[in-house]
Design a protein around this ligand. Sequence first.
Ligand SMILES: C[S@@+](CC[C@H](N)C(=O)[O-])C[C@H]1O[C@@H](n2cnc3c(N)ncnc32)[C@H](O)[C@@H]1O
Length: 394
Amino acid sequence: MTPAARLQAAIDLLDLIIAAARDDGPAADTLIARYFRDRRYAGSKDRRAVRDLVYRAIRAYGDRPESGRTALVGIAREDGELAALFDGSTHGPAPILPGEGASARSLLPRWIVPELAELISTQEQAALLDRAPLHIRVNPLKTTRQIVLARWPGAQPIAETRQGVALPSGTDVESDQLARDGALEIQDAGSQIIAQVCAAGPGMTVLDLCAGGGGKTLALAADMAGEGRLIAADTVRDRLARLVPRAERAGCAGLIETLLLDPGRESERLAPLDSQCDVVLIDAPCSGSGTWRRNPEARWRLTPDRLARIAALQARLLQVAAPLVKPGGRLVYAVCSLIDREGHDQVQQFVSSNFLWSPQRSTEAGRPWGLGTLLSPQHDGTDGFFFSVLEKPC
Ligand SMILES: C[S@@+](CC[C@H](N)C(=O)[O-])C[C@H]1O[C@@H](n2cnc3c(N)ncnc32)[C@H](O)[C@@H]1O
């Protein structure tokens, strides 16, 4: 492919990605893979160049661009070499017309900025799109942090985590024997801290209400050292199915029960756990604004309506979870988001109608924010999270 043809391919792909973001369609990576499956003439260099252009555009715009062309014309305005590729050649894009519309750069969707926690400075907002570090969690059921630290030059323990290790970016973790044996998992330090503040221990009954593929479930299982009852619940069968082989590899399958919930009827299925749980973790479905550095395209999918629906679900999940905690037990509420409506305000609202529950400060990590803690990429080197630990009255 000529450089101009690669640019046209990026424009076409961005059109598909923009439409999918608007209509809740497939993720950018899926669309890119499909696009090249149908274009076998594109070699690996072509694919890499097109993908780089697509992601450059995705990172450049917080608001969904009008089209692939307006997105790349916007970038071409700052990059003469790219502008020269709008050359009207056979497979290339038409020349840029004088006064042609171009998308305006922004880091975050404009409407979201006033929704972010006040603590998040403009610099921190920019850091939400920085490159994410590579963090792993060592599985103490299989190995030790010392062994893992010795495995890779440049590996560093992560402060505030018991089992976290930061690795140089690009380290091939997934094909390493330790990963294949379930001795480590790729997991952001923020997620590790949230699992830690649950303070799960041997012999406890623990419910992971939104367990998904089980990232935090596995960390809870390790803290329980294989003893007790750990229920991993979710409304999506495929996500829970992914947890099973991971738990087997991690050596904790015997501890974990999976429980598929019916959306809207969660309480019926969970009734046998009424007042039984030492810990309930709600790792709530959220906008994901704290993980936009890993998934920048998600900025184009979030709308005010969608945020309102997510916030309503989060409030309902707090109501579902509260009766399941035993007197003196803990409810841990977490979102990978820095939007107050999803974190700070949810807990405030919960405690105002459940005023005997007491918020606990259970880690030195992050900054106190309302009745919980905020973690952010710039301040803490983690993804962005809000979490709160609430103790049920005895
Ligand atoms: C933030 S993700 C969980 C990530 C997971 N805890 C981990 O650490 O890998 C939120 C999860 O909530 C689940 N979910 C959505 N609605 C739910 C509901 N009504 N009840 C329980 N889980 C729900 C989603 O399917 C999704 O897996």
